[in-house]
Design a protein. Structure first.
Ligand code: DC
Length: 225
């Protein structure tokens, strides 16, 4: 079974997918992490968006992988590896937050990663989240969900997350960066974020994590029946 989930940044997609993976035994695939890895590699190797040959070459020598572990409390922790190096923290810094959108808009990068995402899902019960999973990667997924929340609520969540990691920022800066990213994500030439016609929209603005999980779990159980 494939559960496809899209939505803007800060709606809690990752948190909810991890709970589904942990409690319902699904494989969780975080496609945003894949775009973040490619952004990191291109920045570190000074590969520009117009360097088509270098990008093609880079994909032939790039391995992105996930490792799922349970921590002491039994919670699922996903580590992301780029060419064998754990980049889980590095891909979530403001440097990557601010630059990943234009990189993820490049059709060549999308084509390569969409291909990889489809391959990763073969033969598993998968919950995959991103921006174009319900529309491009798996338009025929058994269940399609669009997670949403107001920009202010999402900025508030992101701000708290960054502060808890010791990253210095302000709420205003976080909101501005999030609004910029929403705009870019929704206006991409290929793979733009939009609500699929047959997606179930879940507004999480006034819901806690467990409440959102209950809604999603019930949707999955209904589909499994
Ligand atoms: O979900 P996230 O914030 O980690 O995503 C990082 C960036 O990648 C964000 O700018 C949106 C983009 N992205 C995308 O274009 N398509 C996806 N399927 C997932 C993420």
């Amino acid at each position: 079974m494939i559960v496809a989930m899209d939505g803007p940044a800060g709606t809690g997609k990752g948190t909810i997918c991890k709970l589904v993976a942990e409690r319902l035994d699904f494989t969780y695939i975080d496609t945003g992490a894949m775009y973040r890895c490619i952004t990191l590699k291109m920045l570190d190797n000074d590969i520009k968006l117009e360097d088509t040959d270098k990008i093609i070459d880079m994909f032939q020598n790039t391995i992105i992988s996930f490792k799922n572990e349970k921590n002491d409390e039994g919670k699922l922790v996903q580590r992301v590896f780029l060419d064998g190096v754990d980049v889980s923290e590095e891909i979530r810094t403001p440097r990557i937050n601010e630059t990943c959108s234009p990189y993820s808009a490049l059709p060549l990068i999308r084509e390569k990663l969409v291909d990889l995402q489809r391959k990763l899902a073969v033969g598993n019960n998968v919950i995959m989240e991103g921006r174009d999973i319900t529309t491009v990667v798996f338009p025929n997924a058994e269940l399609k969900i669009y997670l949403d929340a107001t920009p202010e609520e999402r900025a508030n969540r992101r701000y708290k997350e960054l502060i808890s990691k010791g990253i210095e920022t302000t709420y205003e800066e976080t909101l501005e960066s999030l609004n910029k990213r929403d705009y870019n994500d929704m206006h991409k030439e290929v793979g733009a974020l939009k609500i699929a016609e047959d997606a179930v929209v879940v507004d999480t603005t006034n819901l806690g994590i467990e409440e959102v999980y209950e809604v999603i779990k019930n949707l999955i159980i209904d589909k499994m029946r």
